[in-house]
Design a protein around this ligand. Structure first.
Ligand SMILES: C[S@@+](CC[C@H](N)C(=O)[O-])C[C@H]1O[C@@H](n2cnc3c(N)ncnc32)[C@H](O)[C@@H]1O
Length: 237
């Protein structure tokens, strides 16, 4: 009898499913300069296999809020400016967006933001101490609308497990999307984890639009297309 498993890839070597496509895009001259001159001030490094030392990174013990996929970073800069008593860690893989944020942080003289260029799924799973975050923001994540791509959506049960581990009790997970089926997907995944998270708006409800969330670039694009925006706010039990 032939061994049917002989040619199957070893699951340990399977390529991870990424929630993004790396489009390099061109850096402007100012963004290139920002990487040279501002990265040493705002940039963070994480080596897989280690834990990120947040206190050393920020130089203080203020609560840390993580934004996943900050895009051009305008929203992150605005949140940091409005909340100087908080630290913010921004995760993004798209270099032009990171360059844009570096310039914005410098222009606004913000000192409480650090930027990391890495896959958020990996950092959340392996790189953060349990309970180290006060909040996680996920604004307008790539919706991956085609059914065959749904597995690339960042919000999955494993993501929620990592999120629950990294968040302190009482910590917040705030997601927003203009893609109704993705809003329903996020709600379904989070409501299944109701031993870990409490829906701030009540079971099965979307949250009222919160005043403290500045509008994002993708949100404006969604609104131009006539999309309804949904906020989902869950509290770590
Ligand atoms: C649709 S854009 C939204 C950007 C921004 N939040 C906004 O609302 O304007 C999604 C962003 O998430 C980033 N992203 C997707 N998956 C990511 C991951 N696993 N780790 C870090 N960034 C990710 C993408 O590079 C992209 O810039």
């Amino acid at each position: 009898m032939s061994d049917l498993t002989a040619n199957r890839p070893n699951p340990a070597h399977r390529r991870p499913i990424r929630s993004y496509v790396l489009r390099e895009g061109r850096l402007t001259a100012a963004q290139r300069r920002a990487f040279d001159e501002l990265w040493p001030r705002f940039g963070a490094d994480w080596r897989p296999g280690t834990l990120l030392d947040l206190q050393a990174l920020f130089g203080n013990a203020a609560p840390v809020y993580l934004e996943i996929g900050f895009g051009n970073g305008e929203t992150l800069a605005q949140m940091a400016e409005a909340n100087p008593d908080r630290n913010y860690l921004g995760l993004e893989v798209h270099r032009p967006g990171i360059g844009h944020l570096l310039l914005e942080l410098d222009r606004r003289r913000i000192t409480t933001v650090r930027v990391l260029r890495h896959d958020a799924q990996e950092l959340l799973r392996d790189g953060l101490a349990a309970g180290c975050l006060a909040g996680v923001f996920l604004f307008f994540p790539d919706p991956w609308p085609k059914k065959r791509h749904h597995k690339r959506r960042i919000v999955q049960p494993e993501f929620v497990t990592s999120l629950a581990r990294a968040l302190a009790p009482g910590g917040l997970f705030h997601a927003a999307t203009d893609w109704e089926p993705y809003a329903e997907h996020i709600r379904a995944v989070l409501e299944t984890a109701d031993d870990l998270f409490q829906n701030s708006a009540g079971p099965g409800q979307f949250a009222p639009p919160p005043e403290q969330r500045p509008p994002t670039k993708f949100e404006r694009r969604g609104e131009r297309l006539g999309h309804r925006v949904r906020d989902l706010i869950y509290i770590r039990r």
